[in-house]
Ligand binder design. Sequence first.
Ligand code: GLP
Length: 241
Amino acid sequence: MFTIIVAENYEEVCREAYRLVRETLRRENPVLGLAAGSTPLGLYEMMKEDYSLGNTSYRKVRTWNPDEYLGLSDSDEKSARAFMNRHLFDHIDIFRENTHFPKGDAEDPEKECMDYEKALQETTIDLQILGIGRDGHIGFNEPGTPFDSLTHITELTGETRNDIARFFDGNPALVPDRAITMGLASLMRARRIVIIATGSAKADAVYAMIKGPQKESCPASILQDHSHVTVITDPAAAARI
Ligand code: GLP
């Protein structure tokens, strides 16, 4: 079931998302699912700002990110963990040991997938924030990923690598070709999911997620089966719905 919020502009999209994050922060031991990418950056700014005003604390918060690039260590500035440190964790009072990512440079990546999945199954994410790829990917679950997938190693498509080249000095060749990602079934366990999408490049994916047939060629269409999904977009990303 989708609740759709079409906000006026990017700032309002982030404000709506932050409203839901704030609500979650009021829980006793909040568990947030966060995501890398450009779209959530405005939300993270709001989280930092409100924290600096003394309105929130993250000392009891635990976070889980859906993915990490295979081969990148925590300290690699291009890793998802470093991205989250830079844009959020370095600026709030969260305990670093409460922030979780798959280990991109694990010696045995298959085992790392199993360990991450096991740890995930011992918790429940209250609110999972996600962006969406132009091809409908969520996390790094590319088209064709089985709906019953758990945490696994995924191959990034050429389109996705081009899209995220901006985080890799503009050079798609520098984007790792694989990542560890929570699977679609892992993501579906979150109590509530918030998809944020802005800009006309996301309009087809937003349409396919909500109105398209539920097919593995659009990974986000699995969300049609989730009981509590809020989609927050600007008018451009909502153009087809
Ligand atoms: C991250 C996420 C992807 C997302 C990408 C770009 O790498 N794992 O799911 O597609 O960022 O996101 P955005 O379009 O918000 O910049």
